[in-house]
Design a protein around this ligand. Structure first.
Ligand code: HEM
Ligand SMILES: *[C@@H]1O[C@H](CO)[C@@H](O)[C@H](O)[C@H]1NC(C)=O
Ligand SMILES: *[C@@H]1O[C@H](CO)[C@@H](O)[C@H](O)[C@H]1NC(C)=O
Length: 317
C-alpha cells in the first residue's frame, strides 16, 4: 500500500513532468476539446480525393513543403500581405503546390464544429496521412497540438530541395532536418503518385544521358516539347499514377525516373541498394515511408502558447 506521502510525492512528480512536457504533441490532443476533429478531416479529405485522385498527391506534397520551411506550422498557407512574404510565391511552390482550397474548406467546417481549436498545421498533417491512406498508401498515428505560425519565409521556401539537386546535396539537405539517406529514399517514394510539369523534367528527357531509358524519354517528349508547354503534366509514376505502391522504385531500377532528382537515387550511388530493396518489397517501403512521415510531422512544431490558432488558414488572426 502506498502511503499518503508517497501518493503526494508521485502526484507532484507527475505534475512536474506534464508541465515540462506540456509543449509536446500528442495523438489525443483534441479528444476533449474537439472530439470530431479527426473524423471531420478524414471525411473532407476522402471527398476531395474521390473528386480528384491527384489531390492525394498534392496534399502529401503540401505537408512536405510546409514542414521543410520553419517546421510544420502552416506557414505555407499564408497569403501575401503587408507583413507576409508568401511562401506560395517561392519558385518550388509557385503555380505548383496545390490543395489550399481543400485545407480551407476542412478548416471552415472545423470552425463551425469547434471554433478556434484545431490548428491549420494539424489539419495539413492529418490531411497528408488521410490522403496517403485514401489512395492505397500506409496510415499512421498523427501527433497533434501544433500551432500556426504568424510568419512565413519565402526565402527559406526558395531553398526547398530542387529537381536539379545531386545525390550528395539531397542527402545533406534531408540530414539538416534529421533524416537519414534511407528516409530520403522512402520519402521520395511519395512520387509514386501525382504529376509533374514539363519544365521540371524537360532537361532530363532531352539530355540523351545514359541514365534514362531511351523509349521512356521519347514517349515523355511527346507531351513535353523542347520548348513551350512548360506546364504540361506527366505522371511521376507512369505505370500507376493514382495508387500508392512501390512502382516508383521499379521505375528507377529501369532508368524511368521522371525527375533528375528521382533518378539520382539509383544511378550508381550509395542509395542504389535502398531503391533496389523497396522495388522488391512494397511492405517494407510502406512501413519505412510511414515512419519517415511521422518524423517529418515532428519538425519544429509551435506548441504551448507559441504561435496561434488561425481562424482562417490563409491569414494571420
Ligand atoms: C527529394 C527531394 C524532392 C524533390 C526535388 C521534389 C520535387 C518535386 C517536383 C519538381 C515535383 C513536380 C511539381 C510540379 O510539377 O508542379 C514534385 C511533385 C510531387 N512531390 Fe516531390 N520532391 C521531393 C521530395 C518529395 C517528398 C519528400 C514528398 C512527400 C513526402 C514529395 C511529394 C510529391 C508529390 C506527391 C508530388 C506530386 C504533386 C501533385 O501531383 O500535385 N516530394 N516534387
Ligand atoms: C538526343 O537524341 C535525339 C534523337 O536521337 C536527337 O534528336 C537530339 O538532338 C539529341 N539531343 C541532344 C541534346 O543531344
Ligand atoms: C519485406 O520486408 C518485411 C519487413 O517489412 C520483411 O518482414 C520481409 O521479410 C521482407 N520480404 C522480403 C521478400 O524480403
Amino acid at each position: 500500500m502506498a502511503s499518503l506521502s508517497q501518493i503526494i510525492f508521485v502526484s507532484i512528480l507527475l505534475l512536474i513532468i506534464t508541465t515540462k512536457c506540456g509543449a509536446q504533441l500528442s495523438p489525443t490532443f483534441y479528444d476533449a476539446t474537439c472530439p470530431r476533429a479527426l473524423k471531420t478531416i478524414r471525411t473532407g479529405i476522402r471527398n476531395a480525393v474521390s473528386g480528384e485522385r491527384r489531390m492525394a498527391a498534392s496534399l502529401l506534397r503540401l505537408h512536405f513543403h510546409d514542414c521543410f520551411v520553419q517546421g510544420c506550422d502552416a506557414s505555407i498557407l499564408l497569403d501575401d500581405s503587408s507583413s507576409i512574404d508568401s511562401e506560395k510565391n517561392a519558385l518550388p511552390n509557385f503555380k505548383s503546390v496545390r490543395g489550399f482550397e481543400v485545407i480551407d474548406s476542412v478548416k471552415s467546417q472545423l470552425e463551425s464544429v469547434c471554433p478556434g481549436v484545431v490548428s491549420c498545421a494539424d489539419i495539413v498533417a492529418v490531411a497528408a496521412r488521410d490522403a496517403s491512406f485514401a489512395v492505397g498508401g500506409p496510415s499512421w498515428t498523427v501527433k497533434l497540438g501544433r500551432r500556426d505560425s504568424t510568419t512565413a519565409s519565402r526565402s527559406l521556401a526558395e531553398n526547398l530541395p530542387s529537381f536539379t539537386d545531386g545525390l550528395d546535396r539531397l542527402i545533406s539537405t534531408f540530414a539538416t532536418k534529421g533524416f537519414s539517406a534511407r528516409d530520403l529514399v522512402a520519402l521520395s517514394g511519395a512520387h509514386t503518385i501525382g504529376q509533374a510539369q514539363c519544365a521540371f523534367f524537360r532537361d532530363r528527357i532531352y539530355s540523351n544521358q545514359s541514365d534514362i531509358d531511351a523509349g521512356f524519354a521519347s514517349t515523355r517528349r511527346r507531351e513535353c516539347p523542347a520548348s513551350g508547354g512548360d506546364s504540361n503534366l506527366s505522371p511521376l509514376d507512369l505505370v500507376t499514377p493514382d495508387s500508392f505502391d512501390n512502382n516508383y522504385f521499379k521505375n528507377l531500377v529501369q532508368k524511368k525516373g521522371l525527375l533528375a532528382s528521382d533518378q539520382v537515387l539509383f544511378s550508381g550511388g550509395s542509395t542504389d541498394s535502398i531503391v533496389d530493396e523497396y522495388s522488391k518489397n512494397r511492405s517494407k517501403f510502406k512501413s519505412d515511408f510511414a515512419a519517415a512521415m511521422i518524423k517529418m510531422a515532428d519538425i519544429s512544431p509551435l506548441t504551448g502558447t507559441a504561435g496561434q490558432i488561425r481562424r482562417v488558414c490563409n491569414l494571420v488572426n
